[in-house]
Ligand binder design. Structure first.
Ligand code: E4P
Length: 224
């Protein structure tokens, strides 16, 4: 199980990487838009500086055609670094781009995945990661867990090198279910991670421990 942050906020990435065992960072054009008029490449470089070179950084192409996606990939790899996983939506042009990128040993993450068929085609095209959109599938009435489990089954059955990078979460329960269905990694907004540890019953339990300790020892801590 690996947890990634699905954000381009430098402040959040720095803050949450100090707290949680974060395994990498993802974004897409909609997430990047929230940062306003940034210098795209230097901003992505700043994310890399925070997380370090050993953790996967996934950056999405903006072009819609395969040729443009390849040019986007070249620019990302040249101006950020050669270790970036290039996120490519699994469309007709996207699947072509993934095949061409793999032929050039470019690391890829197949994204905007809503179905088994997209996932199966992406693994056969040689992608490193597949990003099924959990919450969006649920909204469509699809069984997101079953879709993820099917992809994991095919990866295992045929020994594809692809891994599942589950995405599009709106709560911690969805993340848990994606992992239980076999997702190797999951990316989420930091607020979802924080919500897992800030539930009122957790805070109440800790407040009670604190009050009971102080009722006996006052403000002295164990180490004093
Ligand atoms: C990440 O790679 C995806 O682009 C992202 O999780 C989509 O999330 P959303 O459904 O909240 O937009």
């Amino acid at each position: 199980m690996k947890y990634l942050l699905d954000t381009a906020s430098l402040k959040d990435i720095a803050h949450y990487c100090e707290i949680f065992p974060i395994a990498g960072v993802t974004s897409n054009p909609s997430i990047v838009k929230r940062e306003g008029q940034i210098d795209f490449f230097s901003h992505m470089g700043a994310i890399r500086s925070i997380i370090g070179r050993e953790k996967p950084l996934h950056i999405q192409v903006a072009s819609l055609d395969a040729e443009g996606m390849l040019k986007d990939a070249d620019a990302i790899l040249e101006k950020v670094d050669a270790d970036v996983y290039v996120k490519v939506p699994v469309t007709m042009e996207g699947i072509k781009a993934i095949r061409l990128m793999k032929a050039r040993n470019i690391r890829t993450t197949a994204t905007a995945v809503y179905s088994r068929q997209q996932g199966f085609l992406a693994m056969e095209a040689g992608t490193d990661y597949i990003a099924p959109y959990y919450n969006r599938m649920e909204h469509m009435g699809l069984d997101a867990e079953d879709v993820i489990a099917s992809m994991v089954e095919m990866i295992d059955r045929y020994s594809y090198p692809s891994q599942i990078l589950a995405a599009s979460f709106k709560n911690a329960g969805q993340v848990d279910r994606a992992f239980l269905a076999g997702a190797h990694t999951a990316t989420m907004d930091p607020a979802i991670l924080e919500s897992a540890l800030t539930q009122p019953h957790i805070i109440n339990a800790v407040d009670t421990f604190d009050a009971d300790w102080k009722s006996v020892f006052g403000d002295k801590t164990i180490s004093e």
